[in-house]
Ligand binder design. Structure first.
Ligand code: GLU
Length: 411
């Protein structure tokens, strides 16, 4: 199933609950602008390589477009379009003054040198610099992109428009970035997992967690949950997964990943398992924190966790979502679960605009407050309307965007 079809199914469920008219649904589902650009660069070898970049600006009814930039070999327009719409609902769920956008380049960062990635990134800015900016559209990191790349974006944008740190978020802390931005998505996933456990009346210490993906989000979520005395019983990345019912040594895992270019390969602290075994691990909470579309109609029956927290964007296909719901599995949806990243991006943007530096304590405090508030609203709506958390989150997000559209008008 195409990513966009999946996003549409979830949207339709909320739109039906909200009784949205056909014309409003059509307006909200249509992206405002879609851009596809050619990015030719000279490889270090002197050869020419041509990449394709996308930026989809989905909706700006509630504020400037906002969303990450993904560098991955599977990026295509359909994928970016779906992820852009997710950003619109996500910023609305946490009620921050943005719309939604997403960008991407079809590229395998691991096959490129740092200098080649810099050339591609700067070329991308050259191609779209008049389509984004602090009040228009603000990119940020996503899968395959880093704080360093955000610094190149700010620098390249500045060549056209002058000093504008608020044109991109997720920058290095020492280069107009925000302390706590990098950990924010994983921290949010951890904090919301604890809230959900409490709401479900479950004891937090000893909770068995399995995490698929050990990148920026997976590592920070693991650390946060480990600090809360949860047991991380399984983790995996694209090639290696490990399991230990007594709990893996999280600090050792983090150290290993740090010293092996972020990979788990060669980790000796647990039993090696396959990626499918990881998803089917005997645990209390499964956290997919890697690619989208990993839990499908085919493998959903194997999931043993009674709770799934979507740290990745769109990890569960609708067919799987239905199967899990029928079995009573509670799913905390992506547009709430991983909203910590974009929320901290908002703080960074505010800080940049005020030319002021926030402390880490302030960032964490505000982040926890905003995510906690959004969680309570989604939880209450889910209870009062007797709908799954995903539908409730979409109802909250889509409803807010529809309301802003009416308030602002379309004339
Ligand atoms: N890429 C992240 C997301 O999917 C963060 C986006 C942002 O900070 O703008 O939510």
């Amino acid at each position: 199933m195409h990513a966009n079809e999946a996003a549409r199914i979830y949207f339709d469920r909320a739109a039906a609950q909200l009784d949205l008219s056909e014309s409003m649904r059509r307006l909200l589902l249509t992206a405002k602008r879609e851009v596809r650009v050619q990015l030719p660069i000279e490889r270090d070898s002197g050869e020419i390589a041509t990449f394709i970049g996308y930026r989809v600006q989905h909706n700006d009814a509630r504020g400037p477009f906002k969303g990450g930039l993904r560098y991955h070999p599977q990026v295509d327009l359909d994928d970016v379009r779906a992820l852009a719409a997710l950003m619109t609902w996500k910023t609305a769920v946490v009620d921050i003054p943005y719309g939604g956008a997403k960008g991407g380049v079809t590229i395998a960062p691991a096959d490129c040198s740092l200098r080649e990635l810099e050339r591609v990134t700067r070329k991308f800015v050259d191609a779209i610099h008049d389509l984004f900016g602090p009040d228009v559209d603000i990119p940020a990191p996503d899968m395959g992109t880093t704080a360093d790349m955000m610094a190149w974006i700010m620098n390249q944008y500045g060549k056209y428009h002058g000093f504008s740190p608020a044109c991109v978020t997720g920058k290095p802390v020492e280069f107009h970035g925000l302390p706590g931005r990098e950990e924010a998505t994983g921290r949010g996933v951890g904090a919301l997992t604890l809230k959900l456990l409490s709401r479900l009346g479950r004891k937090i210490p000893g909770t068995r967690i399995a995490i698929q993906g050990f990148g920026n989000v997976g590592t920070h979520a693991a650390k946060y949950l480990h600090d809360a005395e949860c047991r991380i019983v399984a983790v995996g990345d694209a090639t290696n997964s490990f399991h230990d019912q007594r709990g893996l040594d999280v600090l050792e895992l983090l150290r290993h990943a740090r010293s092996h270019a972020g990979r788990l390969v060669g980790f000796g602290g647990g039993e090696a398992i396959t990626g499918s075994e990881l998803l089917a691990a005997d645990c209390d909470v499964l956290i997919p924190a890697a690619l989208g579309g990993v839990i499908t109609g085919t493998n959903a029956a194997a999931i043993r966790a009674p709770i799934v927290v979507e740290a990745a964007n769109a990890p569960i296909e609708p067919a799987a979502d239905d199967l899990l719901a029928a079995r009573g599995v509670v799913v905390l949806p992506d547009i709430l679960a991983n909203a910590g990243g974009v929320t901290a991006s908002w703080f960074e943007w505010v800080q940049n605009r005020q030319h002021y530096q926030w402390s880490l304590d302030r960032v964490r405090g505000e982040l926890d407050r905003i995510l906690g508030q959004a969680f309570e609203q989604v939880w209450q709506l889910s209870a009062s309307r007797q709908v799954p958390l995903r539908t409730a989150a979409y109802m909250l997000g889509v409803g807010r965007v529809a309301r802003a559209t009416v308030l602002g008008g379309v004339t």
